[in-house]
Design a protein around this ligand. Structure first.
Ligand SMILES: Cc1cc2nc3c(=O)[nH]c(=O)nc-3n(C[C@H](O)[C@H](O)[C@H](O)COP(=O)(O)OP(=O)(O)OC[C@H]3O[C@@H](n4cnc5c(N)ncnc54)[C@H](O)[C@@H]3O)c2cc1C
Length: 641
């Protein structure tokens, strides 16, 4: 979007309704043809088999067709979680991701830590569980030194090893084919294989951050800040404008045993005084990783101007490092430090936002979002960065304003599907929200929560051949599916089947009732947990023998502690599985009046554990054999299906 386009849109809240695909597809074909090499056998090459022996002209590149139930575009945290959730619910899924790694801004390419409703563990027990928690706990078990490439690997294998999920990395979605109001297929160009991948699917979920499917399909979207009156938002500017939050290039630095020189770059900015930087002397003291306030682009087009903005960001980033090393009055503390990484892929905060059946506003956030169709939740403050970003310092303005929001607040399902494209869903920062609400919802923990909801709903829609909107009629089923997968939905309880609710529940110590109270984490003063020590047992006995398919447990991953993947080595960050987590336990079944051990788990690091049973039993019993170090642990849920 050009400056003039932004201005033209200025007063109307930036409702956009289309950009067709035909022109884009034609341009693609023309450029593919112009760039065609001269020594290829076209037919063989198109079939993915490319002898280099014969000279010929080659008008086409290889094409692959994928048929799926669900196609997810964009493999940031929201997209990865959506794809895994849909596949686990039985859908055949293709995930198209333009980068070599998954995780979006949390990947090693960008290195932003995943935050959410617990605000860096400032609000205890509010962390997002479900698939994100599973990734984080894998990370605790395997990434003791908090290396982002290992985090990449954990996310990669979450996708690569997931049955039913095909992941197309390095594949940029560039066009879409419509059939009436529905998307029939999307096509992406895979850089590494020089292949066009076309994915036909029943449901498409856009998690690209930039809402790439909006201009490609005609789905309605917004850009910029709403005027105060439109949603009655007290924090919004008086008049609508096209300004957004900007993007950032971070750095990482490492301490060495001896002094390290840094030669300023001639093309970088020079900051002689601390006051030239946002927040002055106090805010560049953590020198291991640089700074969210190196931010630009909010007054430009955060999509089409990205490369020019990145160049300016690099000039600032290297200038800030030069200041730290060579000019800051506190430069002695940086003497032994040297840069080891600078981000060349700018991390983005805001661009297009889809319009769904509901647009979440500041007022929804402030009212706690207690929607009947609540399927996800947030809790980050409304963290609204100044559009001038780094240069707000020249106006003596802060680079961001933190506005209060409750934690948690609910996110309704109606904000996760398009109001005008029948089979389009979305999650992450492009979900249906005003600028003000998005300033809170954009964090990746919240994006993951939305992603799990969108992926689960998409699988339901695909299986029943209904639209995402029609899934709204199956809300109880969707909510219960999410909670069963350990996604947290504030104010919604898990409902258990008669085998669990009708069984006699006993424990070797304390009151076991909380393990089937339907709330699987501490809320307020209530732990909603059964406390246990090594050797303790928790037992269900059925009135008469019954077939048991599975035993499920929600264990203690210490939701009150910090298990974030971050390069900021804050004192409270764990770097191993939480000590209270149950490492070893066994599950027994009652058979013919005797207890038999069905499964023994020796090295657990997960919170949600499901153990298949598949036989008749008179009862089941959980026995704790060991933790990751603590004497006492807790079980939040124990149930049978
Ligand atoms: C410097 C900085 C600091 C931040 N601090 C925090 C923080 O501390 N904690 C926090 O949680 N959030 C933070 N945020 C915000 C957060 O990073 C973003 O809001 C978040 O990444 C949005 O998640 P997403 O999944 O929607 O998009 P992304 O993380 O951007 O993921 C989208 C993915 O889709 C891919 N994609 C885009 N277009 C296409 C296409 N055409 N085809 C295929 N794939 C495509 C992208 O390459 C990307 O990998 C910060 C952001 C920045 C820039």
């Amino acid at each position: 979007m050009s400056d003039s386009e932004k201005k033209a849109m200025g007063r109307r809240g930036f409702l956009k309704t289309a950009a067709a695909t035909a022109g884009l597809a034609a341009a693609e074909a023309a450029s593919a043809s112009a760039a065609a090499p001269t020594i290829r056998e076209p037919a063989a090459e198109a079939a993915g088999n490319s002898p280099l022996s014969k000279a010929t002209t080659m008008p086409t590149m290889p094409t692959k067709l994928h048929q799926a139930d669900v196609c997810v575009v964009g493999g940031g945290m929201a997209g990865l979680v959506a794809a895994v959730a849909a596949a686990r619910h039985g859908a055949k899924v293709v995930l198209m991701q333009e980068r070599p790694v998954l995780g979006g801004n949390s990947s090693s390419e960008t290195r932003v830590h995943v935050c959410g409703a617990d605000r860096h563990n400032g609000i205890k027990n509010m962390r997002e569980t479900g698939i994100l928690e599973e990734c984080r706990l894998d990370n605790m078990a395997r990434n003791r030194n908090k290396i982002f490439s290992i985090w990449d690997t954990i996310l990669y294998e979450k996708a690569a090893l997931q049955p039913g999920l095909t992941t197309l990395l390095n594949c940029t979605c560039q066009s879409a084919r419509m059939e009436g109001p529905r998307i029939a297929a999307v096509t992406g160009w895979q850089l590494t294989t020089q292949t066009q991948h076309t994915v036909e699917a029943s449901i498409f979920i856009d998690c690209s951050g930039d809402a790439i499917l909006a201009p490609l399909t005609g789905a309605q979207y917004r850009v910029g800040r709403e005027g105060r009156a439109e949603f009655n938002e007290s924090l919004a500017p008086e008049a609508a404008d096209a300004r957004t939050m900007g993007m950032t290039c971070l750095f990482q630095a490492r301490e060495h045993p001896g002094p390290q020189a840094f030669e300023p770059l001639p093309w970088a900015y020079r900051f002689d005084r601390c006051e030239d930087l946002p927040y002055g002397r106090g805010r560049h003291s953590h020198i291991e990783m640089g700074y969210w306030w190196v931010e630009l682009g909010g007054e430009q087009d955060s999509i089409h101007d990205s490369e020019a903005i990145k160049h300016e960001l690099l000039r600032i980033t290297y200038g800030v490092w030069d200041h730290i090393k060579n000019r800051c009055p506190d430069k002695a503390r940086a003497a032994n430090w040297a840069l080891e990484w600078v981000q060349f892929l700018p991390g983005k905060r805001e661009s297009r936002r889809y319009i769904g059946d509901h647009v979440i506003s500041q007022n929804d956030v402030e009212a706690e979002g207690r929607f009947p169709d609540l399927v996800a939740y947030g809790g980050w403050t409304m963290d609204d960065h100044h559009p001038a970003g780094f240069w707000a310092v020249k106006q003596a303005k802060p680079a961001t304003m933190f506005h209060k929001s409750p934690s948690p607040y609910g996110i309704p399902y109606r904000s996760l599907y398009s109001r005008n494209v029948a089979n389009l869903m979305f999650a992450g920062r492009c979900a249906s929200a005003t600028h003000m609400a998005m300033s809170s919802m954009r964090v990746m923990g919240t994006g993951s929560s939305m992603g799990q909801a969108a992926g689960t709903a998409a699988a339901i829609a695909a299986a029943r051949k209904i639209t995402p909107r029609e899934v709204g009629g199956c809300m109880k089923e969707l909510q219960q599916a999410l909670i069963t997968d350990d996604a947290y939905l504030p104010w919604v309880k898990q409902e258990f089947g008669p085998l669990t609710t009708g069984a006699k529940l006993t424990a070797s110590r304390g009151d076991p009732a909380p393990v089937r109270d339907g709330i699987n984490r501490p809320v307020g003063q209530d732990a909603h947990a059964w406390p246990c020590r090594v050797g303790d047992t928790l037992t269900y006995e059925f009135a008469k023998p019954a077939r048991v398919e599975a035993v499920s447990l929600i264990l203690d991953s210490a939701l009150h502690k910090n298990i974030q993947m971050s390069y900021h080595q804050k004192d409270d960050q764990l770097s191993a599985p939480p000590p209270e987590l149950q490492k070893a336990f066994h599950v027994d079944v009652l058979s013919g009046g005797r207890w038999e051990t069905l499964a023994r788990v020796e090295d657990n690091h997960q919170r949600l554990v499901r153990i298949p049973v598949g036989r008749e039993a008179g009862g089941v019993r959980f026995v704790l054999d060991g933790t990751w170090g603590a004497e006492e642990s807790r079980v939040f849920a124990f149930y049978v299906d």
